[in-house]
Design a protein. Structure first.
Length: 367
C-alpha cells in the first residue's frame, strides 16, 4: 500500500510540474507570473506604440493629396506643397523636431481609409471630412479641424446656370468614395440628374474640361484650387454661391492609440494657440525672451514660482510648440501663404478665423 501511495504521489507531482511548465511559458516567451501580467497591460495599450515607432523610424508617413492646388499638390519643382502638407510638416516638427522628416504618400479618396487602417500611413492629412460614419465604420479618429468648408458647384463661366436649382437634367462630375456623392444626392433630391463618378481628380478634371459634365461638385476650397490653376484661366469657371453641406476637414489617425492621437492633435492645436498668443515664425526669437507666463509655458521655457518647465504629459518634448512655429509657422501663416486672399485661391478666413475674430478656430490652453 505504501508503494501504491508513493506512485500516486509521484504521478501527481509530475502532473503539477507539467501544468506549471505550460503556465510559465509554453509559447516560448519563457516568462510567467508578474511578467505575464505586464504582457496583458502591453496588449491593452498596444496602440500607444506608434509614437515610439515614428520616432525610431525617424520619419512621419503622411497620407496626402497631390492634385489640389493650395491644399495638397506637387509644385513646379516636384515638391509637395499646400495647406494640408504644412500640417504634415507641423506634426513632424512637433513629434520629431524636424518639419522635413516626412514621407508623403499620395492617396486617392478610395484608398485613404484603407491605408490608414492597414498602417501604411501614420496620419491622414488629405482634405477629409470628419463624419460619424468615419469615426465609427472607418475606425478613424479626427484631430482638431484645420479647415471649415462646405460643398459647392462649379460650372463654366459661359454656362446658363446661376444656381443649383437651375441644374435639373444635367451631368455632374463627382469623386467616388466621398461624402460629396452623398451630399449631391441629398441636394438633388426630387430633381433629375446624372452623377458621373471618378476615382481621381485628374480623370475628373479631364472629363469636365472635355464637356462631359455640366457641373463639378466638391468642397468649395477644392473647387477654388482647381479654378485658380485652370489652363484657360480662372475667369473661365464660376463657383455658384450656394453652400449645401458642412465639411470640417482635418488630420485623422487610427482609433485606439491615445499617445499618438494626443501628439498629432496638440501639434495641430499648437499652430492655433501660437496665433492667439501672437507668436509667429517671424518673431519667435523675440518671444523666447518674453516674460508673459502663457508665452513662456507655450514655448517650453522655465517660469512660474518654481521656475519650472511645463510637462503636460503628452510625451512630447517641452519645446515641441516652439519647433512647430519656428519651422512651419502659426495657423494664420499657414493659411495665408497657401490659400489666403493674396494667393491664387483668394480665400478669406471666414469661419477659419480665430474665435476672437468671429471664427471657429479655438484651441484648449497649453497649461
Amino acid at each position: 500500500m505504501g508503494r501504491a501511495w508513493w506512485k500516486t504521489f509521484i504521478g501527481l507531482l509530475a502532473l503539477l510540474l507539467a501544468l506549471a511548465a505550460c503556465t510559465d511559458g509554453g509559447d516560448g516567451d519563457g516568462d510567467g507570473g508578474e511578467e505575464g501580467e505586464e504582457g496583458s497591460d502591453t496588449e491593452l495599450s498596444e496602440g500607444d506604440g506608434l509614437l515610439a515607432a515614428v520616432r525610431e523610424r525617424g520619419t512621419l508617413r503622411c497620407g496626402v493629396n497631390n492634385a489640389v492646388p493650395g491644399f495638397g499638390f506637387l509644385d513646379d519643382e516636384g515638391n509637395y506643397s499646400g495647406f494640408d502638407i504644412d500640417f504634415c510638416r507641423a506634426i513632424a516638427a512637433g513629434v520629431l523636431g524636424d518639419a522635413d522628416a516626412v514621407e508623403y504618400v499620395p492617396l486617392t479618396a478610395e484608398q485613404r481609409f484603407t491605408s490608414l487602417q492597414s498602417g501604411d500611413i501614420d496620419v491622414l492629412s488629405r482634405n477629409t471630412t470628419w463624419t460619424a460614419s468615419r469615426d465609427g465604420g472607418e475606425g478613424a479618429q479626427f484631430a482638431m479641424t484645420t479647415f471649415y468648408d462646405g460643398q459647392g458647384m462649379m460650372v463654366r463661366a459661359d454656362s446658363e446656370f446661376q444656381s443649383v436649382d437651375d441644374m435639373a437634367d444635367t451631368d455632374i462630375c463627382v469623386l467616388s468614395g466621398t461624402t460629396t456623392e452623398l451630399n449631391l444626392a441629398t441636394r438633388f433630391s426630387g430633381m433629375n440628374y446624372n452623377p458621373v463618378p471618378f476615382e481621381g481628380n485628374d480623370t475628373l478634371q479631364q472629363a469636365f474640361a472635355e464637356g462631359r459634365c455640366d457641373g463639378w461638385t466638391s468642397d468649395k476650397s477644392q473647387l477654388a484650387g482647381v479654378r485658380s490653376n485652370w489652363p484657360e484661366g480662372p475667369e473661365a469657371l464660376r463657383i455658384l454661391d450656394e453652400t449645401f453641406s458642412k465639411e470640417p476637414l482635418g488630420p485623422a489617425v487610427r482609433q485606439g492609440d491615445t499617445d499618438w492621437f494626443d501628439a498629432v492633435n496638440w501639434s495641430v492645436m499648437a499652430t492655433v494657440l501660437a496665433e492667439e498668443l501672437g507668436i509667429s515664425s517671424e518673431n519667435i526669437d523675440e518671444m523666447m525672451e518674453s516674460e508673459d507666463a502663457d508665452i513662456r509655458r507655450f514655448l517650453g521655457q522655465p517660469g512660474g514660482e518654481d521656475n519650472s518647465v511645463l510637462d503636460p504629459g503628452l510625451n512630447l518634448e517641452p519645446n515641441f510648440a516652439e519647433q512647430i512655429v519656428r519651422q512651419v509657422g502659426n495657423y494664420g501663416e499657414i493659411y495665408e501663404r497657401n490659400v489666403g486672399p493674396d494667393t491664387p485661391l483668394g480665400l478669406e478666413r471666414g469661419l477659419n478665423a480665430l474665435w476672437t475674430e468671429g471664427g471657429l478656430m479655438y484651441a484648449p490652453p497649453l497649461r
